[in-house]
Design a protein around this ligand. Structure first.
Ligand code: NAP
Length: 332
């Protein structure tokens, strides 16, 4: 069977462009025992994939040049040689950027579309939702009445963090990069305060005004100067959850900023980085709780869905210019 696939054509220096991707046709190998053949329905594009485009040691192996990009995906089974699956089952897993693909049956999981629409399993009920859940609750440990500040607040992880913090009785302050996102966080997600970092010349003061009792938990999705301004306003015993540093993913030089250690020291604060897979032994707990909250309508979600397999690079690149509200999804 001939399929279309998108490969990494070269490694980017700085901000990637469409030239880093190439579409080609590929002949799938015949299905073996214990394998399933899927037709791709949805792909997740995620900021961490930028790191995999570099030839650098990290917590996950780099993509190989001339080989397909791989990421979260949802597909429909069109042929199976595994007794655990039937034709037409919807499954999620790591998918190559290809219109159809072959998987070992043990590497894909069925999804329950009665509970939630399929793309939720790439967002609130998938990796970003689990990241929000474990980062906030296991590292941030928010207590009722505390102030939680979230950068990248209108994105796939950020909107879940804000809602969980509200469920825990916290004052929630979100930072995002457009008036439309600010309006969404305020009107649809009831954040207490929201700041458009692109429309302010004094982030430190904006944070101070939005957080009269200082910042108890900072959930950091972006890093850079936004984080410098938040950390200048932390409370005693603040917890800083280092989830992402997207503002730095395309840096070609090591950026310098304020020395943060005196602030951490004098406020007895904790700053901890994490990768969601650190919590894999607790994933079932996270999924159960997130599913329950979704079912009870205590958590809602937002997605930006771009259609067309060929637009995968465009959807991915859009993450770095803030094109997405909520989770960026590619519908094939
Ligand atoms: P996302 O927030 O849905 O999408 C990325 C957003 O980042 C964009 O919409 C944009 O929003 C913002 N952004 C892009 N460039 C920026 C810049 N230079 N400065 C400030 N903001 C910028 O992405 P996500 O999937 O939820 O991920 C959020 C962060 O968490 C990323 O850093 C990601 O790498 C990280 N993450 C970590 C883990 C983990 O295991 N630790 C897991 C998942 C995600 P604006 O319009 O607001 O600028």
């Amino acid at each position: 069977m001939k399929v279309k696939q998108i490969v990494l054509s070269s490694r980017p220096k700085g901000m990637p462009t469409k030239d880093q991707f190439r579409t080609e046709t590929f002949t799938l190998p015949a299905l073996q025992d214990g394998e399933v053949l899927t037709k791709a329905l949805y792909f997740s594009v995620d900021p961490y994939m930028r790191g995999r485009m570099n030839d650098a040691k990290s917590y996950v192996a780099p993509y190989k040049v001339d080989e397909p990009i791989v990421g979260g995906g949802i597909g429909k089974i069109i042929e199976t040689r595994s007794s655990g699956f039937q034709k037409d089952d919807l499954v999620q897993g790591f998918f190559p950027w290809a219109t159809e693909s072959v998987h070992k049956a043990t590497t894909v999981q069925k999804i329950d579309t009665e509970l939630a629409p399929a793309p939720y399993y790439l967002g609130i009920l998938g990796m970003p939702g689990l990241t929000a859940y474990f980062g906030l609750l296991y590292i941030g440990k928010p207590k009722q009445g505390e102030t939680v500040v979230i950068s990248g607040a209108a994105g796939a992880v950020g909107i879940v963090v804000g809602q969980i913090a509200k469920l825990k009785g916290c004052r929630v302050v979100g930072i995002a990069g457009s008036d439309e996102k600010i309006k969404m966080l305020k009107d649809e997600f009831d954040f207490h305060e929201v700041i458009n970092y692109k429309a302010t010349s004094d982030m430190r003061k904006e944070i101070k005004d939005a957080c009269p009792n200082d910042v108890d938990v900072y959930f950091d999705n972006v890093g850079g100067s936004i984080s410098d301004a938040v950390i200048a306003n932390i409370n005693f015993h603040a917890r800083i959850v280092l989830c992402g540093q997207i503002a730095l993913y395309n840096s070609t030089e090591v950026p310098t900023g304020p020395r943060l250690q005196p602030m951490l020291l004098t406020r007895s604060a904790l700053m901890q980085g994490f990768i969601v897979s650190n919590f894999k032994d607790h994933f079932s707990e996270g999924m159960e709780q997130l599913s329950q909250w979704v079912k009870e309508k205590k958590l809602k979600y937002e997605e930006t869905i771009i259609e067309g397999f060929d637009k995968l690079p465009e959807a991915f690149l859009g993450l770095f210019s803030g094109k997405n509200k909520g989770k960026m999804i590619l519908k094939v």
